[in-house]
Design a protein around this ligand. Structure first.
Ligand SMILES: [Zn+2]
Length: 283
C-alpha cells in the first residue's frame, strides 16, 4: 500500500513538471472509490499549480485558464484531491501508450499525461472548489498532524497522546494523532526511539515523545530519500517500502538477531497488524 513517503516522492517527482501545465482533456476509466464530482470538460483549460501533500492525499490546485474556444465558459478552479488507495500509482507520461485495463484516470496536459494506474480501484480523484471546502475538507479532517510540521513538537505530541490508553503502536498506525506512521515506519521508529510498542500512548512522557518524534522524522526522511534516489520516475507504489525494508532494523525480521543487541526480534499482532520489536532495546 502506498504510504506517506511514496506519496511525497510522487509529489516531488511531479511538482516541477506539472506546475503551470494546461489541461487539454480528461479521460475517465472504470469508477474509482469516489466520483470525480465535476464534468470532465469543465476542467479543460485549467492551469495546474504546485502539487501539495496532506497525509497520503495529493492536492492539485487548478487556476482558471483562458476559455477554450467560442461558447465555452471559464474552466473550473479549485483543485483535484488524489489518493492512491491500496495499489495506485501516478506517472507523468510524455507519450502515453493507450490506456490499459488498470488505467482509470488520465489528465492530459500540454506537459504530458498524468495517469493514475490502480488495479484495485481504492484510489480516487475528486474535484473540490478549495482544499478546505467539501468534499476535500471532510476527507482531510480526520488526519493527525503532519510529521514534518514545525508546529508538531514533543510538547504538542505529548498533549495529543493524553487520553489515548491504547498501545502507542496502534495509536501511531491510526493516523489521528500524527500521519505517516504506516506499519513498517511505526515499527522502525519505535525501535529507533527505544520504546516498547505495547506501551499505552498516554504513558509516554515528554522525553520519550521527543525521542519518538525525532525517530519518526528520521525514519520517514530516510524512506523519502530512498524513494527519491532509487525511483526517479516513480511508477511502483511499493518501491519505496521495498527499498526501505531491505535496511529495516526490526520490520520483517522475526527470529533474526537484533542489529543493536543480538537478541532475537519478536513479532506480535496489534490491531490486526504485525509488530516487530526487540524486547531488550525497547522498554
Ligand atoms: Zn535489541
Amino acid at each position: 500500500m502506498p504510504e506517506l513517503p511514496e506519496v511525497e516522492v510522487t509529489r516531488r517527482s511531479l511538482g516541477g513538471r506539472l506546475a503551470g501545465a494546461t489541461v487539454r482533456k480528461v479521460r475517465l476509466g472504470k469508477p474509482l472509490r469516489w466520483p470525480l464530482g465535476v464534468e470532465p470538460r469543465v476542467l479543460v483549460g485549467a492551469v495546474l499549480g504546485e502539487p501539495q501533500r496532506r497525509g497520503k492525499y495529493l492536492w492539485l490546485p487548478l487556476a482558471a485558464g483562458a476559455p477554450q474556444g467560442p461558447g465555452s465558459g471559464p474552466s473550473a478552479r479549485g483543485g483535484l484531491l488524489l489518493h492512491l488507495g491500496m495499489s495506485g500509482s501516478l506517472a507523468l507520461l510524455a507519450a502515453p501508450p493507450p490506456p490499459g485495463p488498470h488505467d482509470h484516470f488520465d489528465l492530459v496536459t500540454d506537459r504530458g499525461t498524468l495517469r493514475l494506474t490502480d488495479p484495485r480501484r481504492f484510489g480516487a480523484v475528486q474535484w473540490a472548489p478549495a482544499i478546505d471546502a467539501p468534499p476535500a475538507a471532510a476527507r482531510l479532517a480526520p488526519l493527525g498532524a503532519e510529521p514534518f510540521d514545525p508546529a508538531l513538537t514533543a510538547a504538542t505530541l505529548h498533549a495529543a497522546l493524553r487520553g489515548h490508553g491504547a498501545a502507542i503502536k496502534s495509536v501511531l498506525l491510526g493516523g489521528r494523532v500524527v500521519v505517516g506512521a504506516g506499519n513498517i515506519y511505526a515499527c522502525e521508529a519505535l525501535f529507533a526511539a527505544g520504546i516498547d510498542p505495547r506501551t499505552p500512548a498516554e504513558r509516554l512522557g515528554r522525553v520519550r515523545c521527543a525521542r519518538l518524534l525525532a525517530a519518526l522524522r528520521a525514519t520517514l526522511a530516510r524512506a523519502v530519500e530512498l524513494g527519491g534516489s532509487t525511483l526517479r520516475d516513480f511508477q511502483d507504489a511499493h518501491g519505496v517500502a521495498g527499498a526501505f525494508q531491505r535496511e529495516a532494523a526490526v520490520y520483517g525480521r522475526a527470529g533474526e538477531p537484533c542489529r543493536r543487541c543480538g537478541a532475537p526480534i519478536r513479532r506480535l499482532v496489534q490491531a490486526q497488524r504485525a509488530t516487530y520489536w526487540c524486547a531488550r532495546c525497547q522498554r
